[in-house]
Design a binder for this molecule. Structure first.
Ligand SMILES: Cc1ncc(C[n+]2csc(CCOP(=O)(O)OP(=O)(O)O)c2C)c(N)n1
Ligand SMILES: [Mg+2]
Length: 316
């Protein structure tokens, strides 16, 4: 878990540099600070379980086991990328690890995951679906409709809200009349829990329990995971909506440092062992960047490949 969280952090730190150097085009929404929600959650899933996540879902995709070479190549728009270099940061997809896609449309991954959960239920396949979404998704109509039908049909669905207190520049308190987000799920008679999302072990336990319930036919679980993004909404965000003190306060609760302290204290992991992990991660990311840079761009004629479109002809 520690190594995977470090891998996510190092991946995104490398992308920040590439982005600043003009090598990554389009949008990039870093998840730095939110590594525990992803790793705790995904480590409690089976490899074949389905997952959806948001445009900030690099944390979840790497936690679920995406190939970091192909992920880095996608960031640079290369043909070897997870979406053949045509999706970029917000559209990583890899069915081989159960990843049905990041999604740039707020809340849109939630009904897709419910559909996957329905498939699992009808096929009796022993799989579950987990969806990550932000606090900004909770007022979307399709989100609320999905909560209703998922509970009604007892779908094997795990809903994880990464509550990082802001939707772009809007504080949660300006959009949510409830005391917590979990409370809203209770309105659909759904089991709901609030978890410290910066505690990777608490996240693991919450998702493991939700998965057991789902497989036992007890239906969906809603997990509100309290966390925080260390960087702005996107690169270049002036961050006028929050104070430096608030950011500094949350950085003290950095999920990676917390796990490191736990491992050093409870399991006597030595500085040398941490250094060896860090060195492996640094090398892994250097290899991924080299792979991505050396990869070819997609050929212009490939632009229409993998695009679903119906040609309409109007005769009369
Ligand atoms: C349906 C829709 N409405 C608006 C947007 C513009 N938008 C992009 S990100 C975002 C904020 C989402 O915040 P949250 O769900 O809390 O996720 P976070 O960025 O904090 O991870 C908004 C409103 C969008 N992408 N999709
Ligand atoms: Mg948010």
């Amino acid at each position: 878990m520690y190594e995977r969280m470090k891998l996510i952090r190092a991946f995104e730190e490398a992308v920040v540099q590439l982005y600043t150097g003009g090598e990554v085009r389009g949008s990039f929404h870093p998840s730095i600070g939110q590594e525990a929600t992803a790793v705790g959650g995904c480590f409690a899933l089976a490899p074949e379980d389905y997952m959806t996540c948001t445009y900030r879902g690099h944390n979840a995709c790497i936690a679920k086991g995406i190939d970091v070479n192909a992920a880095m190549a996608e960031m640079l728009g290369k043909r070897t990328g997870v979406s053949k270099g045509k999706g970029g940061s917000m559209h990583w997809t890899d069915p081989s690890i159960g990843l049905l896609g990041e999604n740039a449309i707020v809340g849109a991954g939630v009904p897709i995951a419910a559909g996957a959960a329905l498939t699992a239920q009808l096929d009796n396949s022993g799989r579950v679906a987990l969806t990550y979404f932000g606090d900004g998704a909770i007022n979307q109509g399709m989100f609320l409709e999905t909560l209703n039908i998922a509970q009604l049909w007892k779908l094997p669905l795990i809903l994880v809200c990464e509550n990082n207190l802001y939707a772009e520049m809007t504080p949660l308190a300006d959009s949510n009349p409830h005391r917590s987000i979990a409370e809203r799920a209770c309105g659909f008679a759904m089991r709901a829990v609030t978890v410290d999302g910066n505690d990777v072990l608490a996240m693991y336990d919450a998702v493991a329990e939700a998965r057991e319930r789902a497989l036992a036919g007890e239906g969906p679980t809603f997990i509100e995971a309290l966390t925080y993004r260390h960087l702005g909404h996107m690169i270049g965000d002036p961050e006028t909506y929050r104070t430096k003190e608030e950011v500094a306060e949350w950085k003290k609760r950095d999920p990676i440092l917390r796990l490191r302290e736990h491992l050093a204290g409870q399991h006597a992991v030595s500085d040398d062992e941490f250094a060896a992990i860090d060195a492996r991660v640094t090398q892994r990311i250097a290899d991924a960047v080299a792979f991505a840079k050396q990869s070819p761009a997609p050929a212009p004629e490939e632009v229409w490949d993998d695009v679903w479109a119906q040609e309409l002809t109007i005769d009369d």
